[in-house]
Design a protein around this ligand. Structure first.
Ligand code: SF4
Length: 83
């Protein structure tokens, strides 16, 4: 899949951007997180997935996977699901 040439500069996140987003979401009241073992399996699947762009963004749902993969109710939008 080719990255979007028009918006790639805005959607390519730095590690600091990603960590800031993770902290924002995981520190929200009421957010339920999965344990690290499950997170590692999920993010590993994403890193091997053809739908991941910029090392962070799922092109099927637009989510930053380092955030979504931590959520208890997070899910993979692919059919069939990869996690
Ligand atoms: S959530 Fe699913 S479709 Fe999206 S990048 Fe991860 S494995 Fe791929």
């Amino acid at each position: 899949m080719k990255p979007c040439r028009r918006c790639a500069a805005k959607t390519a996140l730095t590690n600091e951007d990603i960590q800031r987003m993770v902290l924002q979401v995981t520190s929200m009241k009421g957010v339920r997180l999965i344990d690290n073992n499950i997170y590692e399996k999920r993010i590993s699947a994403c890193l091997d997935c053809e739908h991941l762009e910029y090392g962070s963004t799922c092109m099927l749902c637009g989510c930053v996977m380092q955030v979504r993969a931590r959520l208890e109710n997070g899910c993979c939008p692919a059919k069939p699901k990869k996690w």
